[in-house]
Design a protein around this ligand. Structure first.
Ligand SMILES: Nc1nc2c(c(=O)[nH]1)N[C@H]1C(S)=C(S)[C@@H](COP(=O)(O)O)O[C@H]1N2
Ligand SMILES: [Mo]
Length: 422
């Protein structure tokens, strides 16, 4: 069982180091931090665990969430994997998962401005003298379209409990907190250069315009997470279209960041500002949250950057049934934040024997998935477990077990998918 005391201890350690000056305070006052130490531990109050709100028109998510496409957890909606069964390469917007720390905000695109400032820019040291860009300004710059997944770092978290008997708090996602879309927009690199990027720039800190996140009475501020200037200049996109449509409200309209291969939280929605700093930046979203703490990690935790490797069957989680004595085609998809998928092996006998799946469409880019299929001819009725194990071009392969971490992040072990043959 989860040990709240140990969790609180990790959290205290981390916050202690943070207070000791390794990081710039960034929104958290010493008083806030001390208040946090007085309660059960910030990790236990990850939004989404504490405050489950009903879904619907008045709920935190704007788009319809029909039960055949989504499982809803408060302000988060998980895609059901059977919803990808008859789909092409991309995840349609109507079934793309949503993860809101608070709630979707509706922003007037005509008055929206992106503000860039910081010591890493020439002539715009503070928010007051920020460089401002409108949506039309962005649309006038050369546009690019990139295919990329957005995947929550906590995708698969429920399997820490159901497969490893070490439950982790937070939204109990199965494998549906991932989607692949075509994102269109402008590269961040030329925007930074136009804003006067200096060689001394170290980190950028994009922040969202949605409500500030309050956890156990502590205001963590707006959703924001720093990334190094090298990544920011390499392949990060300011996206204003998703699958050929204007970015929908739930996915960050009018503009969100797309940070290919990185954890979901890097892809800041409802982007309002980007600080460009000449010193390393920290936020609660890379010091307390979205960091690996646990018996197998250093006391001050291990950072999370890229997603890891996973596979999913395009089947309902509950009550997938197959007729005995017939040949069925099992379909699924595998993806990895560290490289293209090289091959996928599938077991239909609970892991005793494995066969190679066949790709059924090309993988369009490294930060996407490989759709695959494999025939299955079950002869005996009964309960079975289907397993898929992917390997990427770096050799990274899905393990059988994931070392526990208190946030329940990056579950990449092979998932045992229950099915019934009748
Ligand atoms: N401003 C803002 N950006 C955000 C979030 C948020 O709550 N607010 N959630 C993050 C997380 S944790 C994830 S997994 C992705 C989810 O993107 P989606 O809702 O478009 O699927 O957005 C990220 N960007
Ligand atoms: Mo996430």
């Amino acid at each position: 069982m989860r040990d709240d005391t140990a969790e609180a201890a990790y959290d205290r350690t981390r916050l202690g180091q943070w207070l000791a000056g390794r990081a710039r305070g960034d929104g958290l006052s010493r008083r806030d931090v001390l208040r946090a130490l007085g309660v059960a531990g910030v990790l236990a109050a990850v939004p989404g665990l504490a405050t489950a709100r009903p879904a619907g028109a008045d709920g935190p998510i704007v788009k319809p969430l029909p039960p055949e496409l989504f499982d809803v957890f408060g302000s988060n909606a998980e895609m059901r994997w059977e919803a990808m069964r008859d789909q092409g390469f991309y995840t349609p917007i109507d079934r793309f998962f949503v993860r809101d720390h608070t709630a979707t905000v509706l922003i007037d695109a005509s008055t929206w401005r992106l503000r860039l400032f910081g010591a890493g820019l020439r002539g715009a040291p503070t928010r007051e003298n920020a460089v401002e860009l409108s949506l039309d300004d962005l649309r006038r710059l050369p546009a690019v379209t990139i295919p990329a997944f957005v995947e929550c770092a906590g995708n698969g978290r429920s399997f820490f409990a159901s497969q490893q008997n070490t439950p982790a708090p937070g939204t109990q996602w199965r494998l549906g907190a991932v989607g692949v879309a075509r994102w269109r927009g402008v590269r961040l690199a030329p925007v930074l250069h136009r804003a006067g990027l200096l060689d001394t720039a170290v980190d950028v800190l994009p922040a969202g315009l949605d409500a500030e996140v309050v956890s156990n009475g502590v205001n963590l501020g707006h959703v924001r997470r720093p990334l190094p200037i090298a990544k920011a200049r390499h392949d990060v996109l300011l996206a204003y279209e998703m699958n050929g449509e204007p970015l929908p409200p739930d996915h960050g309209a009018p503009v969100r960041l797309i940070v290919p291969s990185w954890v979901g939280i890097a892809n800041i929605k409802w982007l309002g500002e980007i600080e460009v700093a000449d010193t390393p930046l920290f936020s609660p979203f890379n010091t307390q949250l979205y960091r690996l703490f646990g018996p197998d990690y250093p006391a001050d935790g291990a950072p999370i950057t890229t997603q890891n490797i996973k596979s999913a069957f395009e089947l309902p989680w509950q009550n997938a049934t197959f007729a005995a004595g017939r040949t069925h085609v099992l379909r699924g998809r595998s993806w990895s934040g560290t490289g293209r998928i090289r091959y996928v092996r599938v077991s239909t006998d609970g892991g005793a024997t494995w066969r190679h799946a066949t790709p059924r469409a090309p993988q369009l880019g490294a930060a996407t998935w490989l759709p695959w299929q494999i025939p299955w001819h079950p002869t005996q009725p009964g309960r079975y477990e289907l397993l898929a194990r992917a390997t990427d071009e770096t050799g990274a392969t899905q393990p059988d077990l994931v070392p526990f971490n208190t946030g329940g992040y990056l579950f990449d072990a092979v998932v045992r998918h229950p099915v019934t043959v009748i």
